[in-house]
Design a protein around this ligand. Structure first.
Ligand code: SF4
Length: 476
């Protein structure tokens, strides 16, 4: 479905009403039913045939429910036209994802402008990720605009007329990998994110860890837990490690393999119960809502929404939920052994963060002499590189920092670790797909450059540098 196949009805009335924002602000728990933009292109007729019932299904439900339009697939479909074709009324209740993959900052701004004209007011900015099986070379053929850049662009241009959010992957199990994700999240909040949606996963301790960490940082933004309703096909992919950025524990893989032996209805019943437990648990530990992925037909969505409503009624007390959860999971270890770092001890001992927070001991990797030497050499030789033409001292930068020759040198902002050495050119922190041992998904021999950066920051004790200014792109 392309933009010239449909006439946009622009409405620049700039009304301040925003149902999604009001619910977040009032603490009313809400459900977002995820609709992924279909692969390739889709006609207006197909949209009406396949998706027309989704809007009707989410209206007037017991638990406030809206739609979230995500951009996981390789699609040629325009997200604004797609969402506009499905949602006829109250578009301020829904959430639109803006993906940086294959889009420049200007294109994303234009998309947001058109969407606000159509009445959408809530956006979740993502950088976009490589598709499964895509290698570094293929991936670098696609421009990615980092969510940080989109967030600050939208904040500057729309001020308070829209609400922007960001995503985070809390399912990291080493001190280094987890802290780099948290630092990046705070940077997103500083750049304009007013709410956060998690990557999907199955470790409720990690969901609570995120809430407690935001609390200890006095960062009181609403969080939405993304939960996946697993199909048998997706469960197989998970067990085979084929879902980028999601690594499950051997215990969970064992349970899923066992469930895969069941008949399809039995498998589905097991997944429904799990979804109920996670949905109720997320509400009890302070999440403002959940986003349900995997409900790809109206019938399935309706059934899941009914089941979630039941669970929210069933579990109103944290202790009762906790014992049901523990009974169901029989002490299952959700951490992918041998990596099992949690920032706090005694998670799930209470719904709210205890005072004082019981920090666990963190085992960060430490800087090598070579890393420190290279940093100081960089400071000495290239300390002013950001103010000089990028071509200046190119050979020195190439020899010392593997400079790839972009048009905007950011070495002084990135601790002299060139962001262009990241296969997908992230300049503001790690992607969510970083592997559990801290290596890069594109090259298992290479450590993520942001783990190296964190080591320097730990040594130099200059944490604000990881949270404040947005590092621009390389201006190729
Ligand atoms: S270097 Fe880090 S941020 Fe870049 S792709 Fe690899 S894991 Fe992701």
């Amino acid at each position: 479905m392309s933009r010239n196949s449909i006439q946009l009805e622009m409405n620049f009335n700039g009304s301040e009403e925003n149902l999604f924002r009001s619910r977040l602000e009032s603490g009313e728990f809400q459900i977002l039913a995820e609709i992924a933009l279909p692969e390739g292109e889709i006609s207006a007729d197909e949209i009406n045939g396949r998706y027309a019932d989704f809007e009707y299904l989410v209206l007037g439900r017991k638990t406030p429910t809206s739609l979230a339009f995500t951009t996981e697939n390789l699609t040629n479909t325009d997200p604004v036209l797609f969402a506009s074709a499905i949602c006829k009324t109250d578009r301020d209740r829904h959430l639109l994802y803006l993906s940086g993959r294959d889009h420049t900052k200007q294109q994303l701004f234009e998309m947001a402008r058109l969407a606000t004209g159509e009445g959408f007011k809530n956006f979740c900015c993502v950088s976009g990720k490589p598709l499964p099986g895509e290698d570094a070379r293929k991936s670098s053929e696609h421009p990615f605009t980092e969510s940080l850049c989109t967030l600050s662009e939208l904040k500057e241009n729309f001020e308070k007329t829209i609400l922007t959010g960001a995503v985070v992957n809390p399912y990291k199990y080493t001190a280094d990998a987890l802290c780099t994700q948290f630092f990046k999240l705070i940077r997103k909040v500083n750049a304009g994110a007013s709410f956060v949606v998690t990557q999907f996963g199955w470790d409720i301790l990690k969901l609570q860890e995120l809430r407690w960490n935001l609390f200890q940082r006095s960062c009181h933004i609403p969080s939405i837990a993304r939960l996946l309703f697993l199909s048998q096909e997706k469960a197989k992919e998970l067990c085979e490690g084929k879902v980028p950025g999601v690594q499950i524990s051997p215990d969970l893989a064992y349970i899923l393999r066992r469930e895969l032996q069941y008949t399809r209805p039995q498998f589905e019943a097991a997944q429904i119960r799990q979804l109920q437990l996670y949905a109720a648990g997320a509400r009890l530990i302070g999440y403002s809502g959940i986003q349900i992925a995997g409900a790809d037909t109206p019938d399935k969505l309706e059934m899941l929404l009914d089941k979630i409503d039941e669970a929210l009624l069933e579990f109103k007390d944290f202790n009762a939920w906790c014992s049901a959860f523990r009974q169901y999971y029989e002490r299952l270890d959700m951490a992918p052994y041998p990596y099992r770092f949690y920032l706090f001890k005694n998670l799930l001992s209470s719904a709210l963060p205890p005072d004082p927070l019981p920090f666990a001991e963190a085992d960060f990797t430490t800087c090598t002499g070579k890393e420190i030497f290279r940093y100081h050499l960089g400071k000495l030789l290239c300390g002013h590189a950001a103010e000089l033409p990028a071509s200046e001292k190119r050979l020195t930068k190439k020899l010392l920092f593997s400079c790839k020759g972009c048009n905007r040198c950011r070495l002084p902002q990135t601790f002299y670790i060139c962001p262009e050495t990241c296969p997908i050119h992230r300049a503001n922190g790690p992607c969510g797909e970083i592997r559990v041992d801290g290596t890069c998904p594109f090259d298992h021999q290479q450590e993520c450059i942001y783990i190296r950066q964190l080591r320097l920051v730990n040594k130099l004790r200059c944490y604000p540098a990881l949270e404040e200014d947005v590092v621009p792109d390389g201006d190729w």
